[in-house]
Design a protein around this ligand. Structure first.
Ligand code: TA6
Length: 300
């Protein structure tokens, strides 16, 4: 593929960072080093997979994920921007914004000590102005090693402030979601999207025994997915965010998506680093706001 050849000539690092079209059909930067492997698709700057050395995949990609231009693959870490969920005023606009559906430009690749780094950029154009009447430059920096670090920076290049809601909408791989739980949200208020947006308060760990779709608020700290089936803990830390989303579609809704794979819902759990719900960000002209998250595997 010509695009891959050009990208490898400009940004490839032999044996560490290579651009190729994967089995899923997406053109992606494939990062491999002694500490981990990952793939980041050029469409949507979407992290597709990440596995630290010696571990099963931590970021889950549906076995039924198939690339289609303009639609993010099911799984990975879709970039939801410049709004999270349905557009607040116009449901006809694309859910989770438009950034994940567009081709981003590769601007940098590097070896950072023992890790590999890929940076992609998106400058929304006239076609997006009808959807979102502001000017911005978006950069996603992914650092791949024993940990995965993802930073989404929004620079306001216009002359008026704008509001953002956004997410790094990460699908984590679990051995069996029914035997997993999320710790770190005890006592937090949440908006329960499965129950008409009712506001509730979390008591103890979050367990999954059916469809769960919750926007947790007032939770700036660390959360952990405790996966009894795979015998590990996935620790999620974040900066620039005081909210997070926990989502699993469960069987019926999962089957309706058509791209989750057989019983795929049991193998995934979204814990999303967000600015969502009441956690709305305002970016002043000339300012940059960064939403960042880091994932690591720890013992149970
Ligand atoms: O983050 C949870 C959620 O907002 C769910 O309500 C569901 O819509 C999910 O995102 C996936 O959305 P998508 O448009 O990627 O199918």
């Amino acid at each position: 593929m010509k695009a891959a050849i050009t990208l490898n000539r400009r940004f490839g690092i032999p044996g560490e960072i290579e651009f190729r079209v994967g089995a899923h059909g997406a053109l992606a930067a494939e990062v491999a080093n002694a500490h981990g492997t990952a793939a980041i698709a050029c469409q949507g700057a979407q992290v597709l997979t990440w596995a630290p050395a010696g571990q099963p995949a931590v970021v889950w990609l549906s076995p039924a994920a198939k690339f289609a231009a303009g639609k993010s693959l099911r799984g990975g870490a879709p970039v939801c921007w410049p709004w999270f969920g349905p557009h607040p005023d116009d449901p006809a606009k694309p859910g989770h914004g438009f950034a994940r559906n567009l081709d981003w430009e590769v601007v940098e690749t590097a070896r950072l000590g023992e890790a590999g780094r890929v940076v992609m950029r998106l400058v929304p154009g006239e076609a997006q102005r009808a959807l979102w009447p502001h000017r911005a430059e978006l950069t996603l920096a992914v650092t791949v090693g024993e940990r995965l670090h993802v930073a989404l920076a929004t620079r306001n290049t216009g002359d008026a402030p704008f509001e953002l809601t956004q997410a790094l909408h990460t699908y984590f791989h679990v051995g069996d979601v029914a035997a997993a739980r999320v710790e770190g949200l005890d006592g937090c208020e949440y908006v329960d999207k499965v129950d008409g947006g009712a506001r509730r308060r979390q008591s103890g760990p979050v367990t999954i025994g059916g469809e769960v779709d919750r926007v947790y608020l007032g939770c700036p700290g660390e959360v952990a997915i405790v996966d009894a089936a795979l015998g590990r803990r996935i620790v999620v830390t974040k900066t620039g965010s005081t909210s997070c989303v926990v989502w699993n579609p469960w069987a019926e809704k999962g089957a309706k998506f058509g791209d989750m794979g057989d019983d795929g819902y049991r193998k995934m759990l979204c814990v999303e680093t967000t600015n969502a719900g009441d956690d709305v960000v305002t970016v002043a002209p000339g300012a940059t706001f960064t939403l960042a998250t880091e994932y690591r595997v720890a013992a149970l």
